[in-house]
Design a protein around this ligand. Sequence first.
Ligand SMILES: [Zn+2]
Length: 194
Amino acid sequence: MTNSANITREPIVVADHLALDMLNTVAIINKQPDDFWKTDKDVIYWLEAVAKRKLPAKMAFQQGELLATARELRTVIHTLVENKKVDKLDSIQLLEPFLEASLSRISLKKNAEGQWQQVRCYNQDTIKQLLGPVTEAAAHLLTEVDFTLVRVCEHEECILWFLDRTKTHKRRWCSMALCGNRHKVAKHRKQKAQ
Ligand SMILES: [Zn+2]
């Protein structure tokens, strides 16, 4: 018997910023909000595939703890992004415990060409530390990014965020393959009907 709840779905990666890709782990699927994170395993998969983390082979935490903390961070980032979007980011207090817990340092590693380069290494002893790179991505988003370019997809049934890094800054859709096409098809149908 297969249990669909145990299958990790491929994450949606369209945002062009890690912190926004994290928000996009909740999407509207078949007109319902759907959380791609349902188990610790889903979060681990996302951290490896999207945040490009190499996680320790053994991680000591209670079942459901990673999921709960990751969802908590996601809610925090969502709140702060919404606040910043309407120019009301008066406090980042919610993010502070996550920032405090995230410990990292610079290390030097040789790249493929044999050149030394700086690499940031993160402590991975606690759950908040596992989430450290995403926490820092959120800090970057909230301070370094032009928020007129941080937008939600224009499709009425879509809630996906993106950072518009296009040259013309006219990006409208989470992706052409998803909502861009949906829009085109709907427009075409409308024209045909007229
Ligand atoms: Zn969309």
